[in-house]
Design a protein around this ligand. Sequence first.
Ligand SMILES: [Zn+2]
Ligand SMILES: [Zn+2]
Ligand SMILES: [Zn+2]
Length: 407
Amino acid sequence: MVERFPCQAPDCDATILEATVRKTGGFCMPCSQKQKRLERDLYIRSNQKVVNRFENITDPLEILMLMCEPPSQDPLVKDVIYPKSAAELCSSLSQTDAARLIDKCISLLETGHFSISIELAEALRRATTVDLSKLQAKLLELNELDSPFLFANANARIRDKLLRRIHTDPSGVFPALAWICDSLVVETFNRWRHEYAELTQYMLEAGWELTNSGERRNLCSDKCVQLVPVQNSSSTSGSCCIQETSKKCVNCGRVLIVLVDIGKQLIDELQLDANENIQVICCEFCSMFTTWFSELNDRHEYRNTQVELPGWSLTLSPMPRSALKAAKDLRSPYFAVGDFGKGLSQIGGYPTWLQTARYPKCPGCFSTMSFLLQVSTSDLEDSDGIYHGFKCSDGCRRFTAVCYQRT
Ligand SMILES: [Zn+2]
Ligand SMILES: [Zn+2]
Ligand SMILES: [Zn+2]
């Protein structure tokens, strides 16, 4: 019989052959590999160098270019992450630098660097209202219509170029037209709405819908304020996030929260249609699995469907309380569109969709509810979900809704 020896690792019951003992010094192969991994991790941790690619660089364009570069592949190099997002950086660009950035994006397109060019251009579109017609013309010339958002608010010349393509490439052209959504686009969409069912979705992605009578109805607001972590905020406006109510969820029994309480001052600033505070109430757990409707009246009646929660939902921990507050200044309404980083929590503006755009129907009047706010859990903890808050704004105006999306 071949003699076997016990593995030397304290928690291991494996026995090994003499040849393995000679090779590993007494450990079974899994334990030996684990040991090597730990040694390697320790080596990396103690020898890793922090490299700041942005050191001494002051040109915002150069910084933006560096931000788009992939991180170092060397495990011994730890890249410093730039403290601002690309869109934040773009929002402080001078007119001249914005024009330089557009030229840069165009030359990147011409040399085949599509993804970097589009990433930079989207950051610029998110943060500013700068005229992108030169870039849009180039995108059209190259037939590069993968980022319809870049056509938001495009001028009539660009629109007409797109309209001329409807007969040859409607599926590529409609999403971009949806972001332009001027009166001619609205008229065109109304004409094609029965022929192309997907138009409905393109309009929702761009934040509007067609009424039965063929008019445009905005589902988003052009006024937007960021919800920032409390410690960074010097705001005094009465808007609080994630506070517990005294009510319990009828479905899971956990305490209901006010996701965001929008005070009168902010209601005026954002030109929201309400005479008193808007409190968006939900169960932070059940709303992950169902649309959570809540009635806006003195008694805050709740109307939510029973939903079967998956077993693992029991391990979910509540979000930190009172951790976000409205910032002092308004920001671009497009700031959060198509972004996946931090700083996406906001009231007003256009939402970030981690999946398909979805606007709930009001349970009181069946009209499409308008986007009101979003709370991104990455602004609160190490997590990647977004709670979207909606309000019935054109119909009965009695209900709010909360939905949840994650990547
Ligand atoms: Zn072992
Ligand atoms: Zn619940
Ligand atoms: Zn309603």
